[in-house]
Design a binder for this molecule. Structure first.
Ligand code: AP5
Length: 216
């Protein structure tokens, strides 16, 4: 099953992906997670990406296209993949199309998780993340058992640099300018399905699963 989980920053892509990959047994390919791991490890890629990420801007297409080409060629993508955070521009989508044709794994469906801007700001500004295992929480909607501590690994949670309100606004502006046009792109390709992402996590999961079940 070859799927793109699409949506604005804070729509709940990462939250849903974590459960979906357990249910469908396909790898979660999050370009945001890959870039953050490179920043953490101080790699050349991480050094190049950090400034863009901290400002809420997109990392250049040339960097992302190379990264995704390598990742999709790994063995664990043999039976499918769940892309999260890629593509984010028309050139990235065009490049993806070419890569997927080369490797013979065309997209089955693009699932767009639709959430209003007010809710996105509320979700992102309250998000807390584990620096160690990447688990994500929310101070109101999904709080950890012990305040500020990761349930999974016990590390101290932190607020992502790009989850400060002024950066969130910039990310939403960039999304509207550069990424939102992909909704039309995939609608025209006949593979877009819209999901109401304003519901609670379980309801959104049921809706997304309902779509993915068709491609099992
Ligand atoms: P990335 O990490 O991809 O960030 P994003 O798309 O902005 O998405 P988020 O991770 O912020 O949100 P999400 O939809 O996963 O929401 P989550 O599930 O965490 O990218 C970061 C940066 O990397 C970019 O700005 C860019 O610089 C760079 N980058 C990455 N990919 C790139 C690309 N392809 N090209 C160029 N640059 C790229 O949920 C958010 C919060 O809401 C959490 O607290 C969660 O607990 C809560 N929540 C989730 N669902 C619900 C619900 N249903 N109800 C209530 N609360 C909920």
């Amino acid at each position: 099953m070859n799927v793109v989980l699409f949506g604005p920053p804070g729509a709940g892509k990462g939250t849903q992906a974590k459960e979906l990959i357990k249910k469908y047994n396909i790898p979660h390919i999050s370009t945001g997670d890959i870039l953050r791991a490179n920043v953490r490890d101080g790699t050349e890629l991480g050094k190049e990406a950090k400034g863009y990420m901290d400002r809420g801007e997109l990392v250049p297409d040339s960097v992302l296209i190379g990264l995704i080409r390598n990742r999709l060629n790994e063995d664990d993508c043999e039976d499918g993949y769940l892309l999260d955070g890629y593509p984010r521009t028309i050139p990235q989508a065009d490049a993806l199309d070419g890569i997927l044709r080369e490797i013979g794994k065309p997209l089955d469906v693009v699932i767009n998780i639709d959430v209003s801007d007010d809710k996105l700001v509320e979700r992102l500004s309250g998000r807390r993340t584990c620096p160690n295992c990447g688990e994500s929480y929310h101070v109101v909607f999904n709080s950890p058992e012990k305040q500020g501590i990761c349930n999974v690994c016990g590390s101290q949670l932190y607020q992502r640099d790009d989850d400060r309100e002024e950066v969130i606004r910039q990310r939403l502006t960039v999304y509207n300018q550069k990424t939102k046009p992909l909704i039309d792109y995939y609608d025209k390709a006949g593979i877009l399905v819209n999901i109401d992402g304003s519901n609670n996590v379980d309801k959104v999961f049921q809706a997304v699963s309902g779509v993915m079940d068709k491609y099992k």
